[in-house]
Design a protein around this ligand. Structure first.
Ligand code: SF4
Length: 286
C-alpha cells in the first residue's frame, strides 16, 4: 500500500496525499489527485478501517479553497415557489396539460420534503410526471423513490413505511429532499433557462437550512445545478459517483441517479447507493 500523509485534518475525515516515490515528498508530488478517505474510524481514528470509502479530490481544490457560500441574496428569497409559479412558460403549459388530463394529480411545483433542521439535503433533477408531479412529494410514486426511501429507512434517516403516496406517514430524520427544478419537464429534461429560472429557489432552500452540513446530488444535472447555486465552477467539484468535495461550508457528495434505467443496467446497484448515502450521512454528522 502507498504511504499517505494527512494534510488537512478535520474531525470526521482524513484528507491525504499519496507519497511521491521519485521526489520523496508528499507536497511536491506530480500526481494530479489527492485522496480523501472517509469516514474516519470512530474507535481508532484511522482512515484505513475495513470498508472505508476512498474518494478522489483534486489538488487544486485543496490548494485553493472554495469560497464559502453565505446564505444571503440571492438565496434569501422564498425557498418554495408558489403553487402557480409562472416563470417557465413551457413547464406551466405542461402543468396545465397534465391538470386537464388528470385533475386529481398534484400538477404543480413539488415542494421540498423533510426535516426543517436537516443536516443533509438530497437534490434530484426534477419531478417525474408520474412521480412527484402526480403525488406532490419528491421521488414519490415512481421507481426512483423506492430505492431512495428504502435506503433512507435502512440507514435510520427515515421512519415509517414508504407506500408511494404523500400521506403514507413517512418522516425524514435530519434529511430534506428537493429538486433543482420544481416542475415536471416533458421527457424529464428541463431546459437550461428553466434550470436558471428555478435556481433562486434552490439557493434559498440551501441557505435556509441552518444546520445543513452536507448535500447529496443525484445525477450530473442535479450536481451542476447545486454547484451553480453555490457559485462554484464544475471543475472545482467534478461529478462522479462517490466523488466527495468540501464546497464552502458543505460536504458535497455525488451519486448516480437512482433511476430505474441506472439500476436496470447495473450502473447503480442498491449496495453502491447505500454506500454513497452512508458517506453523505457521515459527512452530515448524522
Ligand atoms: S420550474 Fe421552478 S421557476 Fe419554473 S415554473 Fe416551476 S417552480 Fe417556477
Amino acid at each position: 500500500m502507498e504511504r499517505f500523509i494527512e494534510i488537512a485534518p478535520c474531525s470526521r475525515f482524513y484528507v491525504v496525499a499519496p507519497h511521491d516515490r521519485k521526489t520523496g515528498s508528499h507536497f511536491f508530488a506530480r500526481r494530479s489527485h489527492f485522496y480523501v478517505v472517509a469516514p474516519r474510524d470512530r474507535k481508532t481514528g484511522s482512515p484505513f478501517s475495513p470498508g472505508a470509502l476512498i474518494f478522489t479530490w483534486s489538488r487544486r481544490m485543496i490548494e485553493k479553497p472554495v469560497p464559502t457560500f453565505s446564505p444571503g441574496a440571492p438565496g434569501a428569497g422564498p425557498a418554495e415557489p408558489g403553487r402557480d409559479c409562472p416563470l417557465c412558460p413551457r413547464l406551466v403549459a405542461y402543468r396545465a396539460e397534465n391538470a386537464a388530463a388528470h385533475p386529481d394529480w398534484f400538477n404543480g411545483p413539488a415542494p421540498s420534503f423533510g426535516d426543517p433542521d436537516a443536516r443533509l439535503l438530497i437534490v434530484g433533477l426534477a419531478p417525474g410526471r408520474m412521480g412527484a408531479n402526480r403525488t406532490g412529494r419528491p421521488f414519490t410514486g415512481d421507481y426512483a423513490g423506492v430505492l431512495l426511501y428504502e435506503t433512507l429507512i435502512d440507514l435510520g434517516l427515515a421512519v415509517g413505511t414508504y407506500q408511494a403516496r404523500h400521506d403514507d406517514g413517512l418522516a425524514l430524520r435530519g434529511v430534506m429532499i428537493t429538486n433543482a427544478v420544481r416542475c415536471a419537464p416533458p421527457g424529464n429534461r428541463p431546459e437550461p433557462a428553466e434550470e436558471r429560472a428555478c435556481r433562486p429557489f434552490l439557493q434559498a432552500r440551501i441557505g435556509q437550512l441552518p444546520r445543513l452540513r452536507a448535500i447529496l446530488t443525484l445525477g450530473d444535472v442535479a450536481h451542476r445545478n447545486v454547484l451553480a447555486a453555490l457559485g462554484v465552477k464544475r471543475a472545482q467539484a467534478p461529478f462522479g459517483h462517490g466523488a466527495m468535495a468540501q464546497v464552502g461550508d458543505y460536504w458535497l457528495t455525488a451519486s448516480y441517479h437512482c433511476s430505474r434505467l441506472n439500476t436496470n443496467t447495473g450502473r447503480l446497484t442498491a449496495g453502491m447507493f447505500a454506500d454513497v448515502m452512508g458517506a453523505a450521512k457521515q459527512a452530515a454528522g448524522l
